[in-house]
Design a protein around this ligand. Structure first.
Ligand code: NAD
Length: 506
């Protein structure tokens, strides 16, 4: 469903962009400061190629200071031991401040990673604020447990904060993903060091100031911009970090597991890559909806979505009619200047990433897939370096590179299946296990498929919908751990057992 673009937001976003002065420093122990080394990295607007800001490139020394500040704040107890209702009040104030500053945050998301301003305003900002409010509201409604032990004893099972959580996040939904990690962590009483992606650090850096204004004690939320193998690695290897909450690529997720093993065996929750199958059977109840969902599910956010339905598995009798409609729809996703309110398809997040995606498109052609869409001139207002049109390949075999590897761009691989069994085999023949969809009017068949699909999420007669109330995460190389819902507290808390011998007390 497309969320209506807020009428009040039809302003001159180019003028707003010129007026915006992004913060570009690290936020540690309640204040902004440069990296100790003085190093910076440029964050670039991918739609134009211009530098937005030179951002503090934090390294090990900065990670040490941020973690020490977080640890001090945790030990001081002003946050970690506060009544959950008191933490809730501060986090709700933070949600209000973000909402009041939504235009600036939306602009930063669009400038930093190229997504259309209408998406930043109607998808990213509401999702980030809703996530924060949801976890704030949840925390004073959770009860601990008393175990059924014998008389004369009291055994409590308490959900305790782990201490310092390092949240390491990617660039495709910068603020939303950061919030998915930090909202449950903060609500549960932890201190956090947030490491945004080097491609999109600006919204996270701005968040630091608002957190202080909302009343978060110094050191409880720290923001550490920097390059992954430097700032991120230093956090992941840190002996005082108790949990890593990660969203990003499978390759880096694997590294984080080794870093945890090389250091203090910190808790690691991973939300990694995907190659989700979207299976449409011949008895699909609504082909028009399925076509629209297949296109949105592959091309929204320029295809840079972990759970995108990038393998479309079509049962043969409907294949040709489905593809005809899909190709026509794909051509309506016209790339354009992300700052124009009417633009629905923006820039790829960086020129380097776009080059990687083009490499996959070339590989698809080399390996014999048939390209149905994706050609066209560069769009006005968009750098040709980061402009890629939605590309549909038919005739894809599940063994081809474009069916096996995560492309993370607007490339849809269409695979034929003779029946549901073959479709499920295709869906499961992937190193990834994030999500899958099946479209059929036969509920028994759909539920049978659900049991056989080896993924963390299954959609039936829909695609890529979700809600903060529903856990999200994968299996296999898509990771472990669950974001969203009360289950997300498991990533950032541990169960502490407390045994009291009542006979010993007078
Ligand atoms: P990435 O793995 O390259 O980077 C993610 C984060 O890890 C960044 O902050 C980066 O700086 C940091 N990092 C990089 N190397 C590191 C290292 N050696 N040590 C510690 N930190 C390091 O991913 P990306 O390119 O930013 O994002 C795209 C990937 O994210 C895709 O694979 C996508 O599927 C995945 N993703 C998954 C989900 C999900 O919920 N499953 C959601 C969004 C994106």
């Amino acid at each position: 469903m497309t969320v209506p673009f807020p009428a009040a937001s039809r302003k001159d976003w180019h003028a707003a962009a010129r007026a915006l002065k992004p913060e570009a420093l690290a936020f540690i122990d309640g204040g902004y400061r440069p990296a100790r080394s003085g190093a910076t990295f440029a964050t670039v607007n991918p739609a134009t190629g211009t530098i937005l800001a030179d951002v503090a490139a934090c390294g090990e020394a900065d990670a040490d200071e941020a973690v020490a500040a977080a640890r001090r704040a945790f030990a001081a107890g002003h946050w970690s031991s506060a009544a959950p209702a008191a933490r809730k009040a501060v986090l709700l104030r933070l949600a209000e401040l973000i909402e009041a500053d939504a235009d600036a945050f939306a602009l930063l998301e669009t400038l930093d990673m190229g997504k259309p301003i209408r998406d930043s305003l109607s998808i990213d900002l509401p999702a980030a604020v809703r996530c924060l409010r949801w976890f704030a509201e949840a925390i004073d409604k959770l009860y601990d447990e008393i175990a059924p032990t014998r008389g004369g004893t009291l055994a409590m099972v308490r959900r305790a904060p782990v201490g310092v959580v390092a949240a390491i996040v990617p660039w495709n939904f910068p603020l939303v993903t950061a919030m998915t990690k930090i909202a449950p962590a903060l609500a549960a009483g932890n201190s956090v060091v947030l490491k945004p992606s080097e491609l999109s650090p600006l919204s996270a850096v701005r968040l630091g100031r608002l957190a202080s204004e909302a009343g978060l004690p110094d050191g409880v939320l720290n923001v550490l911009p920097g390059i992954g193998p430097e700032a991120g690695r230093a956090l992941a290897l840190h002996e005082q970090v108790a949990a890593l909450a990660f969203t990003g690529s499978t390759a880096v997720g694997k590294l984080l597991m080794t870093y945890a093993g090389q250091s203090n065996m910190k808790k690691v929750s991973l939300e990694c890559g995907g190659k989700s199958a979207n299976i449409v059977l011949a008895d699909c109840p609504d082909i028009d909806r399925a076509v629209e969902a297949a296109a949105m599910g592959a091309f929204q956010n320029q295809g840079q979505i972990c759970n995108a339905g990038t393998r479309l598995v079509l049962e043969r009798p409907i294949r040709d009619a489905f593809l005809e409609r899909l190709a026509a729809l794909a051509k309506t996703f016209v790339p354009g200047d992300p700052l124009l309110p009417e633009t629905r398809f923006g820039a790829m997040a960086s020129a380097a990433h776009a080059a990687r995606v083009r490499g996959y498109i070339a590989k698809g052609e080399q390996e014999g897939a048939i390209r149905l869409t994706g050609e066209g001139p560069a769009a006005p207002g968009l750098s040709p370096d980061t402009c890629i049109r939605p590309t549909v390949f038919r005739g894809v075999d599940n063994s081809m590179t474009i069916a096996r590897e995560e492309i993370f761009g607007p490339v849809l691989s269409v695979i034929d299946a003779k029946d549901m069994d073959e479709a499920i085999d295709i869906a499961n023949a992937s190193p990834y296990g994030l999500a899958a969809a099946i479209w059929t009017r036969d509920l028994a068949k759909a539920l049978d498929a659900e049991r056989r699909l080896d993924t963390g999420f299954v959609w039936i007669n829909t695609l890529r919908v979700g809600d903060i109330t529903v856990p999200f995460g994968g299996v296999k190389a898509s990771g472990s751990g669950r974001d969203k819902s009360l289950h997300a507290f498991d990533n950032v808390t541990h169960r502490k057992s407390v045994w009291v011998d009542l006979s010993a007390s007078s």
